[in-house]
Design a protein around this ligand. Structure first.
Ligand code: AVI
Length: 311
């Protein structure tokens, strides 16, 4: 079994040796990264959280009514802090549902279980700690399921990866099971770009935390002051991208891979895609599955959507 550290080191070596350097946003989320992401969600510029909150608060009842015919397992992928989810769950009949949050962080599972017990004492909560990409196969049960994948988390995958992921979910779901999929919608640059380059510099810190992780966990000697955060958005494609930019010609040694990496002035390391959607893009992603787009909910500004896809 390859350790997490070895996998991280292999990824870093591959990404930083490429002609077009890259690192995966998957590695943003250590303890510090999770705390920074929680701060991002509270930023004025980061409209995604408030928009989805509005949808679940104002239309959660309508969503719950769609599923009110018998027992239901509600599985949440990447549960986070649970604040939005509570707004949805409070509308269900607690005699009928079990809530199963899945998160890679053990602490996140403990926290969300405690909070749900406090907020909704009658709700049955059975948290699972693990990487949901690896755990999907365990979802294959006879129980009727609603899978929550909120916060436009799908957007951090390329369309190709999203197709693969949705296909895997489809494979473990039974006919009649559904996904509630939260997605950020394509909109103009003056709204999207500030969400990924906020004034306080929290997103910059979140992005550069990747280099900090490499220093801490793999013995790198990145000087963070010699790199900066760059966000771009192509409105036509609907894709925001984040990069780390080298401010000068420099070399960095990483002990764990025993290699020196060279960076030219202004050279970029691509670290994240944040895809924005429209219905055609989603139809393309679910093509080849039997998912049907059954319902669509949006906030009053039409910035964000929650879709119900049913197998
Ligand atoms: C988790 N994910 C949907 C966020 C996003 O909007 O792509 C991560 C993020 N990256 C920068 N800011 C927030």
């Amino acid at each position: 079994m390859i350790s997490e550290k070895t996998l991280f080191a292999q990824h870093v070596e591959k990404g930083l040796s490429d002609d077009k350097k890259f690192l995966s946003s998957m590695y943003f989320y250590d303890k510090k990264g999770e705390a920074l992401f929680r701060q991002i969600m509270k930023l004025d510029e980061y409209y995604l959280t408030d928009c989805e909150m509005e949808i679940l608060q104002s239309q959660g009842k309508n969503i719950a009514e769609i599923f009110d015919d018998g027992e239901l397992e509600i599985i949440e992928l990447g549960a986070g802090d649970g604040i939005k989810t509570k707004e949805l769950l409070r509308n269900f009949d607690f005699n009928q549902i079990t809530y199963r949050p899945i998160d890679i962080s053990q602490q996140a599972i403990i926290d969300i279980t405690d909070k749900m017990n406090e907020w909704l004492p009658a709700l049955k909560v059975k948290g699972i700690c693990g990487d949901y990409f690896k755990m999907i196969k365990d979802f294959k049960t006879d129980k009727r399921k609603l899978i929550l994948f909120l916060g436009s988390n799908l957007g951090n995958m390329t369309d190709e990866q999203a197709k693969g992921f949705i296909g895997q979910l489809h494979h473990v779901m039974n006919s009649g099971d559904s996904i509630l999929l939260g997605l950020d919608l394509i909109k103009s640059e003056n709204i999207v770009l500030p969400a990924y380059s906020d004034n306080k510099g929290i997103t910059a810190e979140f992005n550069l935390n990747l280099l900090h992780r490499i220093n801490k966990e793999l013995g790198g000697n990145f000087k963070l002051k010699d790199f900066s955060h760059l966000a771009t958005y192509n409105e036509k494609e609907g894709i925001a991208k984040s990069y780390i930019k080298s401010s000068k010609n420099q070399s960095v040694y990483i002990e764990e891979v025993d290699k020196e990496f060279h960076f030219k002035k202004d050279e970029l390391i691509h670290t994240e895609v944040s895809r924005k959607y429209d219905l055609d893009i989603i139809r393309n992603i679910i093509e080849g599955t039997s998912f049907q787009l059954k319902h669509q909910f949006t906030d009053h500004k039409h910035y964000f959507t929650d879709l119900i896809l049913t197998k």
